[in-house]
Design a protein around this ligand. Structure first.
Ligand code: 5RP
Length: 258
């Protein structure tokens, strides 16, 4: 692996333990102004001190994040779909590699929609990004999207998606936690991080999700709603950090939520 690629990855997955707490705030690219992310600046600012990297679009980066920030970010480079459109899976590359480099991204992110009518389109886009990423030393984070069908989140389906993403060259894969998650981890030769998905009933449920994922071999989280939709968002991200970086149990981590 070339120096630039290695350097970018080490900014994202801390060399101390190889783990990562990324804050996902890219939802607006297909969901619009969802609850608690109506004003991204206000949502992001208090969480920054506890975040290893932000995941966001160029629009939110340019307009809602101060350029003096000393934090890496993962740039979502895809779009073209919306929650009310005819096909959520109809996503393609919207931000090119030159722009990612100009903005000083530490990685680019793209969603793949395996098993949908746009499977080929999204996998081909992933391949294109990986080719360009290799050329410029830019890691690619593949996101295994499930669209509106959340029930698709089982180990067979996610294992298939994660493996395909890794086979096509993604350096890191983001997926959902599921039963038998260790099987998904074992069959994916690159690091896996988990999304949180829609807000769970309680903070403890979200901590348990992160804890179980780490125990099963995840390298961290790229979490959004279960952090910033919580009324105790700062406590939540501190608790998630304790699980990911300090090996805390759910009960120990929960002490951060005040
Ligand atoms: C959307 C994404 C989001 O970043 C991802 O879903 C993480 O956020 P959350 O924890 O809210 O699910 O990639 O496609």
């Amino acid at each position: 692996m070339d120096w630039g690629m290695k350097n970018r990855l080490s900014r994202l997955m801390k060399p101390k333990d190889g783990n990562a707490v990324w804050l996902a705030v890219d939802h607006g690219y297909f969901l619009g102004p969802i609850s608690k992310l109506e004003e991204p600046t206000k949502t992001i600012a208090p969480l920054i001190p506890y975040t290893d990297a932000l995941m966001l679009t160029r629009g939110v980066l340019r307009n809602c994040v101060d350029a003096s920030i000393d934090m890496p970010f993962i740039l979502r480079v895809s779009g073209g779909n919306s929650i009310i459109g005819p096909a959520l899976s109809n996503e393609s590359i919207h931000t090119d590699m030159e722009e990612a480099i100009r903005l000083n991204a530490a990685a680019v992110a793209f969603s793949i929609y395996v098993g949908t009518e746009h499977e080929n389109q999204t996998l081909t886009c992933l391949g294109k990004l990986v080719n360009e990423g290799q050329r410029y030393g830019m890691p690619v984070l593949a996101v295994t999207a499930v669209g509106k069908e959340l029930e698709k989140r089982d180990s067979r389906f996610l294992g298939l998606c994660c493996r395909i993403a890794a086979e096509l060259g993604a350096q890191v894969v983001k997926t959902y936690f599921c039963d038998n998650f260790e099987k998904v981890v074992r069959s994916c030769p690159v690091p896996l991080v988990i999304a949180g998905g829609p807000k769970l009933d309680t903070e403890m449920d979200a901590l348990e999700l992160a804890y179980k994922a780490m125990q099963a071999g995840a390298k961290g989280v790229d979490m959004g709603r279960n952090i910033w939709q919580s009324p105790k968002a700062v406590g939540m991200i501190k608790a998630i950090r304790a699980i990911v970086h300090d090996g805390a149990s759910v009960e120990e981590a929960a002490k951060h939520i005040k």
